[in-house]
Design a protein around this ligand. Structure first.
Ligand code: GDP
Ligand code: MN
Length: 492
């Protein structure tokens, strides 16, 4: 679920008619000083990070002068919340709080409907008081019983505020919206003092105004590579591709930093455990599943390999993937060959067509500087991880000097080229007997043209999967004459 910062959530609440504290976002201690001065000095300074319980972690400071606000800000900008560096602080007028309410709207999966959690003693520690929290059903169209709300809160103004929170959640297609605390001030007015909201990933495209880069939950601001990966995912909807950087602090003291490429949730988790047990630090988590195209797996592997300091590539997910695993094998093989792998790869390709998949991968990668090994469903993640650990130790290399290699005939006048959706197909000028092999491996997409050279029989723009398969099969037959040039945007 895509998360928003507190200040963004509050803007949504304000748009639905709820009162929020006066305040602004700052990116430097000097800005904090200015804003605090504008607000009269009595302010609360709050770290904008996607964590709970900021107050207990030193992320919320109540201060009484602009200088104090600036001092607090200086400390906060040096804090790290999980994997989240502190980049933004919210500076708000200090509220004269009389009562705090806990208001949390979530989706109750069992009932397939929204559910409002409400407690009249909000604030920190609500997690420990679960039994006193009222559970109030909400209809899918946002309708909620005002009578019930009044029974619980005994305050018309609070009921009004809660209805506005529900409206804000519905308008913005929130998956969850929590206001903890919703406060009653000494003058009786109701204000949202905090706000935590997640937007439904599948609705993000309808809300450009929310400025969400990646419609997925991350525990850190998206990195450049994560953004590139997400663009690939958005352009090609054949299967899914997920890439997230993992925290790697202290990896130098482990057996090495490695790339992880899973397929399917449960099996991937098990495989991550298995390879972590061998003492490695995982640089990333990646999943390609749901029958991804060859091109997508190729691009995923390229993104993964562009991370620094890798000493190996471990691929393992569901042992019985219901997807044609030879697609993955072709995609991986192309990436490994193009990058002339100098670090070992162990790939567990269990699932449909696994024999063919392992054969393609191992055979086409056999001349690479490092070993590329394929495994099947009967090989456990534990066994694969053990073999991987041995190979990494023996090879003792990193991907530092690995670069992309493109055959010489690409761009040459003698070769022919044909555009495809993500780049171009290149075919070297070949003698008749090789042209026949190219045509044979093209799955009917190519034929011998008038010039005696292979050329497309039909529109090949979106045939990248078959064309990459053709490239790899020609290589296996000993002919480096076909190349699908598909530069990864932002990398090449
Ligand atoms: P969280 O700890 O990350 O949930 O941060 P909150 O924004 O909810 O702040 C935590 C607590 O600080 C609240 O429950 C309040 O008790 C207190 N607090 C926050 N803002 C103010 C304010 O403007 N005035 C006062 N008096 N207390 C505040
Ligand atoms: Mn809070």
């Amino acid at each position: 679920m895509a998360r928003l910062h507190e200040y963004q959530g509050k803007q949504l609440l304000e748009a639905s008619g709820l009162s929020i504290p006066r305040g602004k976002v700052a990116r430097t201690p000097e800005q904090v000083f200015e804003i605090a001065e504008e607000l009269g000095g009595n302010v609360v300074v709050k770290v904008q990070a996607w964590v709970t319980g900021r107050k207990a972690l030193g992320g919320v400071a109540l201060v009484h002068s602009a200088q104090e606000a600036k001092d607090a800000a200086e400390k906060m900008f040096h804090l790290q919340f999980g994997n989240f560096p502190v980049e933004e602080l919210l500076v708000e007028e200090l509220l004269d709080i009389k009562d705090e309410f806990f208001v949390s709207l979530t989706i109750d999966d069992a009932n397939q409907a929204p559910l409002l959690l409400l407690d009249c003693q909000g604030g920190s520690g609500i997690e420990d008081r679960a039994d006193t929290v009222a559970r109030i059903p909400v209809k899918a169209d946002g309708e909620i019983s005002k009578e019930t709300l009044l029974e619980v809160t005994k305050d018309e103004a609070v009921v009004d505020a809660i209805v506005k929170i529900v409206l804000a959640a519905r308008t913005n297609e929130a998956r969850s919206m929590e206001v903890n605390p919703l406060v009653r001030l000494t003058d009786g007015s109701i204000v949202a003092a905090d706000c935590r909201v997640t937007i439904d990933d599948y609705a993000v495209f309808r809300h450009d105004d929310l400025g969400i880069d990646i419609a997925r939950e991350l525990d850190h601001p998206p990195t450049k590579l994560e953004q590139l990966a997400y663009e690939i995912e958005q352009e090609d909807h054949r299967g899914t591709f997920y890439f997230a950087k993992l925290p790697t602090d202290g990896w130098e003291d482990t057996n090495g930093l490695i790339a992880f490429h899973g397929a399917g949730g449960g099996g991937s988790m098990m495989s991550m455990d298995a390879v972590s047990n061998e003492g490695f630090t995982l640089a990333n988590f990646t999943d390609t599943s749901g029958n991804p195209s060859v091109a997508k797996v190729y691009q995923a592997a390229r993104i993964i390999l562009s991370q620094p300091n890798l000493s190996g590539y471990f691929g393992s997910g569901s042992g019985v993937a219901s997807q044609e695993q030879y697609h993955s094998a072709y995609g991986l093989a192309k990436a490994f060959i193009e990058m002339k792998m100098e670090v070992p790869a162990v790939i567990r390709l269990g699932g449909n067509s696994e024999d063919r998949a392992v054969d393609i991968l191992e055979d086409s990668c056999q001349h690479l500087p490092s070993q590329v090994r394929g495994f099947k469903k009967d090989d456990t993640p534990g066994k694969c991880a053990e073999i991987f650990a041995k190979l990494v130790e023996e090879t003792n290399a990193t991907n530092e000097s690995m670069t992309r290699h493109v055959p010489d005939f690409v761009g040459s006048e003698n070769a022919s080229s044909f555009p495809i959706k993500y780049g171009a197909l290149w075919i070297d000028n070949v003698p008749p007997e090789v042209a026949e092999i190219v045509v044979r491996e093209s799955n009917g997409l190519l034929t011998i043209g008038d010039s005696g050279q292979p050329e497309p029989t039909e529109d090949i723009t979106d045939k990248d999967s078959d064309l990459i398969a053709c490239e790899i099969e020609c290589l296996r037959a000993g002919h480096n004459v076909v190349f699908v040039d598909m530069p990864v945007k932002g990398l090449d």
